[in-house]
Ligand binder design. Structure first.
Ligand SMILES: Cc1cc2nc3c(=O)[nH]c(=O)nc-3n(C[C@H](O)[C@H](O)[C@H](O)COP(=O)(O)OP(=O)(O)OC[C@H]3O[C@@H](n4cnc5c(N)ncnc54)[C@H](O)[C@@H]3O)c2cc1C
Length: 384
């Protein structure tokens, strides 16, 4: 197995690194302020111009067609600078891929092109509900047939980018009599549909530049052409697409963890206590060695999952292992990096406190660490 990037992958990684270092990192802290929303949206537009909103999407629909490994490499670079930007990029690539894989030609033309061109800052993925997070098969949102179309009622929770999304990919129960997960369908709903209300943004611990909102559907009427994929096949679609999304979040987490330890590494080679550099204490060196080893293992796991997806192999177990390990390793790296920097790391003078806050949710969204373990164990036992 060869993990050296191809020429195209290396170019995309380099262009992401350049943008992240020169344009994004200097403003990432400021983007957390609510008043900075226009700047954040301008950043998302720049990502679209760079071709990062549809990296694994066909150029026919405005995507880059660069593949999953290139997507993963670019995600890590962008998230090194700003995880709030990384999460919008990850969700956009996810929703574009859902529409690409099961949408009609008209749906692809209408929605993917608008996200990839930057006309829409984002698309949103509306699966979770207040009572259906780890187990979305128990969702309560209903879509009832109405003439040729459907009427959707219900509320989705914790929806990333909902405030500035151009459209929503929404899951709703279409056959209430079917067993859990068997009667769910997927719909494309425009954000300006009069039946859609985006609620107040959550006040979050981290990734604050990215909005997270409830989205309510009140007698929200959509045409028959709004259905994405086959009727009652929605849950399978969600599970399949979330598997790909996990590669995005694993890459994002790796970016945060790597950025944290980079800052701390520089700091410990400059700061002195007890008459020597902090980096000269062997107790510190051992922790540094362990952290870098974990991050390297995380990098290999996520590249492997991306490569498996790109080469058409079953990758569910690999994606869950990558998501589990990268997100947990990123949190450990942030903890260690902050500890290396003592009081200075805890203040906003350094970006460490933001990295530590941003990393925390990576073990929660797109399937918690416990759910990744459930999936990994299920896949392992299934293959016996
Ligand atoms: C910032 C943010 C952004 C988000 N963005 C989106 C989005 O864009 N779209 C969307 O649809 N959702 C989104 N979510 C929702 C997210 O996917 C859910 O929060 C997540 O799936 C967990 O669901 P829950 O919060 O309801 O936790 P719960 O399901 O209530 O879980 C609570 C705890 O119980 C554990 N647990 C649950 N089941 C098991 C089990 N079988 N075995 C062992 N432990 C278990 C969990 O791991 C967790 O530790 C977002 C959430 C956040 C915080």
């Amino acid at each position: 197995m060869n993990f050296a990037p191809t020429e195209e992958q290396a170019l995309i990684q380099e262009s992401a690194r350049r943008f992240a270092t020169t344009e994004l990192a200097p403003i990432a802290g400021e983007l957390e302020e609510p008043s900075a929303r226009p700047r954040y949206l301008a950043v998302l537009k720049q990502l679209a111009e760079l071709g990062f909103m549809g990296l694994n999407v066909s150029p026919q629909y405005g995507g880059t067609g660069a593949g999953v490994v290139a997507f993963s490499l670019a995600m890590t670079e962008i998230s090194r600078a700003c995880a709030s930007t990384g999460v919008a990029m990850s969700v956009n690539n996810l929703v574009c891929e859902v529409v690409q894989s099961i949408g009609t030609e008209a749906q692809k033309e209408r929605y993917i092109t608008r996200v990839c061109s930057g006309e829409y800052p984002c698309g949103s993925f509306c699966l979770s509900e207040a009572g259906a997070g780890s187990d979305p098969s128990r969702m309560k949102t209903r879509a009832v047939r109405d003439g040729d179309g459907w009427v959707i009622n219900g509320t989705k929770m914790w929806i990333s980018s909902a405030e500035y999304a151009g459209f929503f990919v929404v899951w709703a129960v279409t056959d209430a009599a079917a067993p859990a997960g068997k009667g769910i369908s997927c719909f494309l709903v425009d954000a300006d549909n009069p039946g859609v209300t985006v609620g107040r943004a959550e006040h979050k611990m981290g990734q604050r530049a990215s909005s997270t909102n409830p989205v309510s559907f009140d007698d929200c009427r959509v045409g028959a052409d709004a259905m994405l994929g086959a009727e009652n096949a929605g849950f399978r679609i969600a599970v399949g697409e979330l598997t790909g999304g996990r590669i995005g979040i694993a890459s994002l987490a790796l970016g945060i963890g790597s950025a944290a330890i980079d800052v701390a590494r520089r700091y410990i080679t400059e700061r002195e206590q007890f008459g020597q550099k902090i980096a000269d204490f062997q107790g510190i060196q051992f922790q540094l060695a362990d952290t870098m080893t974990e991050l390297e293992a995380a990098r290999l796991l996520v590249l492997n999952a991306a490569w498996m997806k790109e080469t058409g192999q079953p990758y569910m177990k690999a994606a869950s292992m990558a998501k589990l390990y990268c997100s947990e390793a990123a949190n450990r790296a942030c903890y260690t990096a902050l500890q290396f920097m003592g009081g200075a790391g805890y203040t906003a003078e350094y970006p460490l406190e933001r990295y530590a806050r941003d990393a925390r949710v990576t073990t929660i969204y797109e399937g918690t660490s416990e759910i990744q373990r459930v999936i990994i164990a299920r896949e392992l036992l299934k293959s016996l």
